[in-house]
Design a protein around this ligand. Structure first.
Ligand code: HEC
Ligand code: HEC
Ligand code: HEC
Ligand code: HEC
Ligand code: HEC
Length: 413
């Protein structure tokens, strides 16, 4: 461990003095809040010239360069949504924006100053740099999304969590600075929480992005469970969320109790308990989770849908009005009690519940509405918009299927 710290001190000598402000490991350990204020300012400053001692591989900001040595993190990150934050969904909008408007989005979607400069070149924005980018700044970085350097590099100095094992000898890129902030939910709040001081839009007084605050109110937060514990288990760089059936299945327990209340009537009582999401289920206004209830006649196989319930925060496409908010806070439940009349007495029946997830439902509606005005948009933009809609639709999946028989007779309880 001692050697590691030495590695850091040496690198501080070689770097611009300002980088050394970060360098005190002990202070960083105890003062996560101060560290994060410096690590996530509203606008990230440029990294500047790489230290002369760096090889071209160490100097490069490209994720694939980090991946030459950090192969596991690179392979995982590539499959994550953080590697796709510059997808079609934001690209068509950037094409219609001024640089000033665009940079507001890039703050979370491509946070490095160098990325913003590359996007400006790509979009032919007026303040784009006149010089071609240096070799350590490959053009692919413009579309690479939330890259390794966005979270780990400031002035070419690496920052990371406490290492898993003692390290010794000279480390590449002049070692790294350790900070406990990497294992703290506040690290993620930089982008997963709107700050009231920025006067973000609200609907009925509610912030559109409020995940960190929701987490703070959760039973998990009281037990010290951080975002990373659920979204980066074993430090994996996967960040699975509502787009992934496996982690979403861990969010909820679903119970359906079917009872016969009379010869031809049934009561279906369903409870959806948010057990495993450390924030609202779902957190944000974009995803919708639909419960589809059907009555199935067992002998004929005929199925008839009789009820739909949507879990989510539905907001209109101009973000001016809430239609409903049925999200389930962490640790709480949503209950439905549905009465139902059987069409034929004497047949055998099952109640089926299918839960479907549309992870980007709000964007689907927004994109469809924008397409109704396609004749007013450049053809190239419309092509990207169509791709964004197709990708959002392709992300739908079936989370769960339950089937319960309707009891043959009325049981008094
Ligand atoms: C030439 C190989 C090499 C390259 C290139 C490289 N690293 Fe490293 N890095 C290492 C080694 C070796 C360590 C020591 C600890 C380890 O193996 O994780 C390390 C440590 C780190 C740590 C600290 C890990 C911890 O335990 O806290 C971070 C963060 C990191 N690198 C990020 C990056 C990023 C981001 C890039 C690309 C911009 C990069 N590295 C490029 C070899 C490299
Ligand atoms: C405060 C950080 C932040 C800012 C600023 C921001 N976004 Fe996002 N954006 C997010 C987060 C976080 C998500 C993912 C949330 C989720 O999936 O639940 C997201 C998701 C999206 C998506 C859906 C993903 C996709 O690729 O289809 C689009 C589109 C999008 N943002 C566009 C924009 C645009 C346009 C702007 C600027 C007007 C913007 N964002 C500004 C944080 C931000
Ligand atoms: C969204 C921010 C973010 C991005 C992007 C990101 N990381 Fe990390 N990284 C973290 C956090 C947070 C941790 C600590 C997780 C923990 O300890 O639970 C971490 C840990 C690490 C570690 C230490 C891993 C270990 O097993 O000890 C390395 C090395 C690393 N990251 C390299 C990379 C590389 C390389 C990339 C790009 C391919 C990358 N990171 C992208 C946030 C990020
Ligand atoms: C106890 C585990 C747990 C914790 C802690 C947790 N999450 Fe989640 N998160 C989940 C699960 C499970 C899902 C999938 C279901 C869902 O979307 O609610 C999810 C979904 C998400 C999504 C998808 C979008 C959405 O609208 O739901 C985002 C973004 C997210 N989490 C970010 C965070 C951030 C940031 C933190 C910390 C402030 C955090 N999570 C804390 C388990 C957790
Ligand atoms: C620099 C901004 C930024 C930081 C920091 C950041 N994220 Fe994200 N995150 C985003 C954006 C933007 C998206 C949306 C990607 C998309 O859908 O295109 C996202 C997506 C996600 C998703 C996927 C949700 C889904 O819809 O399935 C999860 C989970 C997540 N982030 C968790 C985390 C956690 C945990 C941390 C902290 C270790 C973190 N993020 C830090 C910007 C950020």
């Amino acid at each position: 461990m001692k050697r590691l710290i030495v590695g850091i001190l040496v690198s501080c000598f070689l770097l611009a003095v300002a980088a050394c402000d970060y360098g005190n490991t002990d202070a960083d350990q105890t003062d996560v809040g101060n560290f994060l204020e410096r690590h996530w300012p509203a606008v990230l400053p440029a990294q500047g010239q790489p230290p002369a001692t760096y090889t071209s591989l160490e100097a490069s900001l490209a994720p694939r360069s980090c991946g030459e040595c950090h192969a596991a993190q690179f392979a995982q990150w590539q499959t994550s949504l953080h590697a796709h934050t510059m997808g079609a969904g934001i690209q068509w909008q950037l094409q219609l924006m001024s640089q000033q408007q665009g940079n507001k989005c890039l703050r979370c979607h491509a946070p490095l100053a160098e990325q913003k400069a590359l996007v400006a070149l790509q979009q032919h924005w007026p303040n784009a740099p006149a010089e071609p980018p240096p070799p350590w700044l490959p053009a692919e970085l413009a579309d690479a999304g939330l890259v390794c350097a966005g979270c780990h590099l400031r002035r070419h100095q690496r920052f990371g969590p406490p290492p898993r094992q003692e390290l010794s000898g000279d480390l590449p890129h002049g070692g790294f600075v350790i900070s406990a902030a990497f294992q703290d939910s506040r690290f993620c709040a930089a982008c997963h929480q709107h700050q009231a001081k920025d006067q973000p839009p609200t609907i009925q007084g509610k912030l559109l992005v409020d995940t960190f605050n929701q987490w703070q109110q959760s039973p998990q937060a009281r037990q010290g469970v951080q975002c990373q514990d659920c979204h980066m288990p074993e430090r994996q760089h996967l960040w699975r969320g509502i787009h992934d059936a496996k982690i979403t299945r861990t969010a909820i327990d679903v119970e359906m109790v079917v009872s016969r209340t009379a010869a031809n009537s049934v009561s279906v009582k369903t409870t959806v308990h948010n057990r495993g999401a450390g924030h609202y289920f779902p957190s944000y206004m974009v995803p919708k989770v639909t419960l589809v209830f059907s009555l199935r006649q067992r002998d004929s196989g005929q199925v008839r849908e009789f009820y739909r319930d949507i879990i989510g925060w539905q907001v209109n496409t101009d973000l001016s009005e809430q239609q409903f908010d049925t999200r389930i806070p962490a640790g709480e439940s949503r209950q439905l009690q549905l009465p139902l009349t059987l069409p034929v007495v004497g047949a055998r029946w099952d109640i089926e519940l299918v839960i479907e997830v549309a992870p980007r439902e709000h964007y689907e509606r927004t994109f469809r509405q924008s397409l109704t005005q396609a004749d007013r948009l450049p053809a190239a933009t419309v092509a990207v918009l169509r791709r964004a809609l197709a990708e959002a639709e392709a992300s739908h999946y079936r989370l769960l299927e339950l089937r319960e028989p309707v009891p043959a007779r009325v049981i008094a309880n």
